[in-house]
Design a protein around this ligand. Structure first.
Ligand SMILES: *[C@@H]1O[C@H](CO)[C@@H](O)[C@H](O)[C@H]1NC(C)=O
Ligand SMILES: *[C@H]1O[C@H](CO)[C@@H](O)[C@H](O)[C@H]1NC(C)=O
Length: 403
């Protein structure tokens, strides 16, 4: 059973109505590298069953079927993603490996498709320029906050809800977290210094009050309504993946640019609450807005080609966004498929963030983020998942404030 393919197929239909209109066109040109990546993706998107069977054999031969997504780096990938990764990597002779899509008798790609990609690429520039220029902040107390937040998240891949976490409640969270920190043994068991790189570490939260409510984790009714609607677009419910406090130590360096999940948009969302004001010196998160692989089949080759070029260049292809000041209590919500990185912290202060990740349906189990976590962290995380699972993160019925 190919899980991601199943997700993708279910969602192509649901999402195909919501394609964003192309905005004002920026003057952008598709260079040879980008064009080659697009050609890879377009061929992979239309590979025949005979090619797919070859890829599925490879996928099985490394133990993906028994081991799940964590068994091997390729196990979380769809067959299209495996194909495009090999093609873009340039190590494999695609014409002999996947002759249906790449051989001399393959249909190839038409000029019309290249023209479509050029338009998509210009739309990507226009989209990211608008997100960078207008910013992605929405006042949580303002009119239509939920609608504006959802629109921004859908369009840019990220939204910042200013004032969404009430400050006296954040004080309560902080006191409880400080108390946890003072219990050296318990704290150490929940500490993870391996999974995150470049001076970042995280402490998994224990499933004890006050951390057990979704509100304490940053998902009050406003954020809850936005998440419910965001996942519902693709016909899915959502639940907690894990919750931790992430610390970027002072004088930690730039991370490399990465998505949190190498998969499609709409499967994993991060909900990060700033536990103190984050200035430019402290290394905010740097985003490439409007990136991530599309779930809509006809949009996928373009988004995959842009993704491959970002990976190769290690920078956004269009405008980037790094919020200059993120106030304590601001909640940043972003799709895990979007490219981002933590910037270097040149300040003398650590940068702690309450990090909650939520995922579609049973995706958190399949993704298995906690595979390398301590036994204690795993145990606590599984308690969170049992209590705050799909379809609505612990709620059985839509909340009254839902959109
Ligand atoms: C860190 O990343 C930013 C944004 O890409 C860049 O401007 C800066 O030069 C990088 N710093 C280092 C030390 O590489
Ligand atoms: C971040 O800032 C703190 C405070 O200056 C400092 O101690 C730490 O070394 C900084 N980290 C980085 C990476 O600059």
């Amino acid at each position: 059973m190919l899980v991601l393919r199943a997700y993708a197929l279910a969602s192509f239909a649901a999402l195909s109505a919501s394609r964003a209109p192309i905005e004002a066109l920026a003057s952008t040109q598709v260079d040879d590298e980008l064009r080659a990546h697009f050609e890879c993706a377009a061929r992979c998107a239309s590979m025949p069953e005979s090619d797919r069977a070859i890829l599925e054999n490879t996928w099985r031969s490394v133990g993906c079927e028994e081991g799940g997504p964590g068994a091997h780096p390729i196990c979380g990938s769809s067959m299209e993603q495996l194909c495009v990764g090999a093609c873009g990597g340039g190590q494999q002779d695609m014409t002999t490996w996947l002759p249906g899509a790449f051989g001399s008798r393959s249909p190839g790609i038409a000029e019309k498709q290249i023209g479509g990609f050029a338009a998509d690429y210009e739309a990507h520039h226009a989209c990211s320029a608008r997100c960078a220029q207008e910013g992605v902040s929405v006042d949580a107390a303002g009119p239509d906050a939920a609608e504006r937040a959802l629109e921004t998240l859908n369009r840019c891949g990220v939204v910042q809800l200013v004032g969404a976490y009430e400050l006296t409640e954040l004080d309560r969270f902080q006191r409880a977290f400080d108390a946890l920190k003072s219990k050296a043994t318990a704290y150490k068991k929940l500490l993870d210094t391996k999974q995150l790189h470049d001076g970042r570490s995280q402490v998994y939260l224990p499933f004890t009050t006050p951390f057990t409510s979704r509100k304490a984790l940053g998902v009050g009714d406003l954020v809850h309504g936005v998440l419910a609607k965001y996942f519902r677009t693709s016909g899915m419910g959502f639940g907690i993946d894990h919750a931790s406090v992430l610390v970027s130590a002072s004088h930690s360096g730039n991370q490399s640019l990465h998505p949190d999940v190498p998969y499609f948009k709409g499967l994993t969302v991060s909900v990060h609450t700033a536990l103190r004001d984050v200035t430019t010196e402290m290394g905010p998160t740097y985003f490439c807005p409007c990136t991530g692989e599309a779930l809509i089949r006809e949009d996928w080759p373009s988004s995959a080609a842009i993704k491959m070029s970002i990976l190769k260049r290690q920078d956004c292809l269009a405008s980037s966004l790094a919020p200059k000041l993120t106030r304590r209590g601001t909640i940043t919500v972003y799709d895990g498929a979007m490219f981002h990185k933590g910037l270097e912290n040149g300040s003398e202060q650590d940068r702690p963030v309450l990090k909650l990740e939520v995922g579609a349906d049973d995706f958190p189990d399949r993704r298995n983020y906690i595979q390398l976590a301590s036994a204690s962290a795993k145990k606590q995380t599984l308690k969170f998942r049992a209590a705050l699972g799909p379809p609505l993160m612990g709620d059985m019925a839509p909340s009254s404030t839902e959109l």
